[in-house]
Design a protein around this ligand. Structure first.
Ligand code: PGA
Length: 251
């Protein structure tokens, strides 16, 4: 059975006090979410430590939005995977399309970040997905296959099992325009097929693949009902505790 995961990527939103209020509310409401669904809160770095403390003893896990591609040293402004792990966070988002676009992160760099995450026992949530132009020109499967192969194919089978994938079509992120459940299913099945060719079917069948891109209470149920969709990476809607919890209840 694959793990079902609903993760909330807050991006660069909320002051620390606002973030604490939000997470308290999510934790309080999370009792209605079946224990089999893993909830992960992904706040800004400045809130991580406090939010990890608040989530202790609850079913809510905490992750960072990014980590450095190096282990330590003279890299002003960077945060290492070891630092994130040392405060008790368990996950880290790697290669969000906003990082790829605004910070020029490429597939090979993301491979190095995944290695750093694994060395510090963090679960990377590796993001992939095509841009609007690539969707329209019809080569979106090739684009995602390249992202997957360049960032993940050098991992061992054991390491691959410690990765969560998030398919996030860039044209659906923050636009209010989600992929249809069929588009999501087709790409998730393709990603699983691509992983199966490299790592074998058993491993591919064990990896959770989340959908991200304008996922909200009104569309989560239909998207999550698809066989290869194992949950969601939620942006905007994760900033409202009730919406985030309703999405997590949508399986
Ligand atoms: P969105 O963002 O839900 O606001 O579209 C998703 C994401 O970027 O992870």
């Amino acid at each position: 059975m694959r793990k079902r995961i609903v993760a909330g990527n807050w991006k660069m939103n909320t002051s620390q006090p606002e973030g604490i209020e939000l997470v308290k509310s999510v934790i309080e409401k999370s009792i209605v979410v079946p224990k089999a669904i893993e909830l992960v809160i992904i706040p800004p770095f400045t809130h991580l430590s406090e939010i990890v403390k608040l989530s202790k003893g609850t079913s809510v896990k905490v992750g960072a939005q990014n980590c450095a591609e190096w282990s330590k040293g003279a890299y002003t402004g960077e945060v290492s995977a070891a630092m994130i792990s040392s405060i008790g966070a368990t996950h880290v988002v790697i290669g969000h399309s906003e990082r790829r676009e605004f910070f020029n992160e490429d597939n090979k760099m993301l491979y190095r970040k995944i290695k750093q995450a694994h060395e510090s026992n963090l679960i990377p949530i590796y993001c992939c997905g095509e841009k609007l132009k690539e969707r329209e020109s019809g080569n979106f499967f090739e684009v995602v296959e390249k992202q997957i192969s360049e960032s993940l194919f050098e991992l061992s089978k054991e390491q691959m099992l410690q990765v969560v994938i998030a398919y996030e079509p860039v044209w659906a992120i923050g636009t209010g325009k989600n992929a249809t459940s069929q588009q999501a299913q087709d790409m998730h099945a393709f990603i699983r097929f691509t992983l199966a060719k490299k790592f074998g079917k058993d491993i591919a069948d064990s990896i959770s693949i989340l959908y991200g891109g304008s996922c909200k209470p009104s569309n989560a149920e239909e998207i999550f009902a698809r066989p290869d969709v194992d949950g969601g990476l939620i942006g905007g809607a994760s900033l409202v505790a009730d919406d985030f919890i309703t999405i997590a209840q949508s399986f």
